[in-house]
Design a protein around this ligand. Structure first.
Ligand SMILES: Cc1cc2nc3c(=O)[nH]c(=O)nc-3n(C[C@H](O)[C@H](O)[C@H](O)COP(=O)(O)OP(=O)(O)OC[C@H]3O[C@@H](n4cnc5c(N)ncnc54)[C@H](O)[C@@H]3O)c2cc1C
Length: 572
């Protein structure tokens, strides 16, 4: 095996300067090596290769994103179970959820989870990012990060241009599929006092009900790979290596100099790639923690347990958070729901509509309607997120639609206190890490979620929805008390797939921090982490857009550019 050394890097650099090409070879070198081509990795590839003198190699464990079900939004439901394109993680048994394990799928192809996710565009609240800044992270308050949300965005439709971008590459569109049950749900929520809220992404006025903004345009999913990574390839300065599973970060002392990776198909061939400037880990919250730990960057006790030399003793893998989501299902009458539209002739009709560019169930986000609300009247902003769709899954089988007409109202708590961890169990890159979210172990999370479930049921029992409401299916009507609701949540709740926090950003004085506010790993050189794992706390939203925002901001730091001007003067 090659011994990593600065001499070796210098040798490779010289070879490259003499006109070396970007063909894959063992031990070649680039300015930057990015591990993971997901939401963050794709944005980085685009921005870093905008500099004509810069070369980037991205290692992606999964295959290319050619499968048609990646690109047709409804293919989501199939891709979730496809082990070629997804990581089929299972959480460790949880005390707060009756010892259950929860399947925790993540994307494993170009675009990462953005190639299989729910395509909802949701940023969160001003307070989320102000909290990041208050934790000692300079330049991460709402006014600082807003320009980075805007830079990548191409908002199509009505919007406040102080808050939304028009010039970026990522199309953000409005729902175009109007179904009477969705409309009745929205009217019913207004009956209960929720205002109609079309731009929950304003940062300041999230409360209310309306349709989700989405990353679907002209019938197709717009993943981070489609929007950012593939165009960057055209520069000729980006080398995309698929089926390349990073196994270890290579160090020269405390400086990261490259990555050793294994061919994911034969599981044997090992190669190295060197970074002249930096190694950037963007492998997603679970795999980023695992890769760092396997490389000796993690708690010293864990490095010792894994049998790797301690490179940095840091709390990598701790502070894991996720949204724990519970579904409330009712049977529908007097109208067809997506459950029936997804079969036989009806489906053929929907396919025809999609092919003609008309609104169709093939081009929908799995959750069509949002609601954000507070569990206490005194709160300025909501502490709950809810979703609604005229569709329902069979009990215990996410992805398999019910045989009867159904509708689902889901709910989760914005900022869970329950904190878990991710830990590598060996240095075998093919072995899954332990993922222990500790869902529902914090009493505060239990209280908030119980209130959320009462509200979700009430939202299905409004006058406006009555013409379509047949009966409660899940849970049955006999679940009524707080204890019964909590028991229900423990039995049926699941991940919302918003894994964050295992390489927490914070100053060196923060004993829970792994990276500083420039996303450099504390105590090391040439190594940054740029993905959802750096989030210090959970945003009040799904996590895709904030991950892209992080990568946008990080790209300026890496390129040595000044940060974008803060956007001041937006009402708080
Ligand atoms: C099913 C699902 C639905 C979701 N729905 C939404 C939604 O509707 N809206 C929203 O805002 N958010 C949603 N999310 C969350 C959002 O997609 C993630 O927060 C976001 O993609 C995280 O980006 P990332 O760059 O951190 O990781 P990812 O996008 O997951 O990318 C990580 C990449 O690194 C690769 N990788 C991992 N390990 C290695 C290794 N050792 N070597 C090489 N490559 C490696 C992976 O294969 C992957 O391609 C959803 C997520 C899932 C899974």
């Amino acid at each position: 095996m090659l011994q990593p050394s600065m001499e070796r890097v210098a040798e490779q650099t010289a070879a490259y300067a003499k006109g070396g090409d970007l063909m894959q070879a063992d031990g070649d070198s680039f300015d930057y090596v990015v591990v993971g081509s997901g939401a963050a990795g794709s944005v980085l590839c685009k921005r870093l290769t905008e500099d004509p003198a810069t070369t980037v190699c991205v290692l992606e464990c999964g295959p290319p994103d050619r499968h048609p079900f990646i690109h047709i939004p409804a293919g989501f439901i199939k891709m979730l179970f496809n082990p070629t394109y997804t990581w089929q993680f299972q959480t460790a048994p949880g005390d707060g959820i009756g010892g259950r394990r929860i399947p925790t799928t993540q994307g494993r192809t170009l675009g990462g989870s953005s190639s299989i996710n729910g395509m909802v565009y949701n940023r969160g609240q001003r307070e989320d990012f102000d909290n990041w800044a208050q934790r000692g992270n300079r330049g991460w308050g709402y006014v600082d990060i807003l320009p980075y949300f805007k830079r990548g965005e191409r908002r199509i439709g009505l919007a406040d241009d102080r808050i939304h971008g028009r010039e970026g590459a990522l199309p953000v569109t409005d729902n175009d599929w109007i179904h009477p049950v969705n409309e009745a749900f929205i009217n019913g929520a207004q009956e209960l006092g929720m205002p109609r809220c079309d731009d929950y992404n304003s940062g300041d006025a999230q409360a209310g009900v309306g349709y989700f903004q989405r990353l679907i345009n002209r019938g197709y999913r717009h993943s981070a790979a489609r929007v950012f990574l593939h165009p960057a390839r055209a520069t000729g300065r980006l080398d995309v290596r698929t089926d390349a599973r990073a196994a270890r970060i290579l160090f020269d002392g405390t400086r990261a100099i490259g990555v050793e990776y294994v061919d994911d198909r034969d599981r044997k061939t090992r190669r190295t790639v060197y970074a002249r400037k930096e190694v950037i880990v963007s492998a997603g919250t679970a795999n980023t923690a695992k890769l760092l730990q396997m490389s000796g960057v993690g708690p010293a006790w864990l490095s010792q347990q894994l049998g790797v030399p301690v490179v940095a003793d840091l709390p990598v893998g701790e502070n894991f958070r996720d949204h724990y989501s519970v579904r409330i299902v009712a049977r529908v009458k007097n109208i067809r729901t997506m459950n029936e539209m997804s079969h036989g002739l009806s489906l053929a009709g929907q396919i025809a509509r999609w092919m003609m560019g008309k609104p169709s169930i093939l081009a929908l986000t799995p959750s069509v309607v949002h609601w954000f609300w507070r569990t206490e009247d005194t709160m300025r902003q909501p502490d709950l997120q809810g979703v609604f769709s005229p569709a329902s899954y069979k009990q215990g089988f996410v992805g398999l639609l019910d045989d009867y007409p159904g509708m689902t109202c889901g709910v989760w708590q914005h900022r869970p206190e329950s904190t878990g961890y991710v830990r590598a169990v060996s240095t075998d890159p093919f072995e899954d890490p332990t993922i222990q979210p500790n869902y529902l172990t914090d009493p505060m999370d239990q209280r908030v979620l119980v209130k959320g479930m009462y509200l979700a049921r009430n939202l299905l029992h409004t006058k406006a929805l009555a013409p379509f409401f047949d009966r409660d299916e899940l849970p049955a009507r006999d679940v009524r008390t707080d204890d019964e609701w909590l028991d229900y949540a423990r039995r049926v709740g699941s991940t919302a797939y918003h894994l964050i926090g295992t390489a927490r950003m914070g100053p060196a004085s923060d004993k829970t921090a792994v990276v500083d506010d420039q996303l450099r790993v504390h105590g090391l050189q040439g190594l940054r982490v740029v993905d959802a794992s750096i989030m210090p706390n959970m945003p009040s939203a799904n996590t895709y857009s904030s991950t892209m925002m992080i990568a946008e901001k990080a790209s300026d730091m890496i390129r040595g550019r000044p940060p974008l001007e803060p956007v001041e003067g937006i009402a708080a």
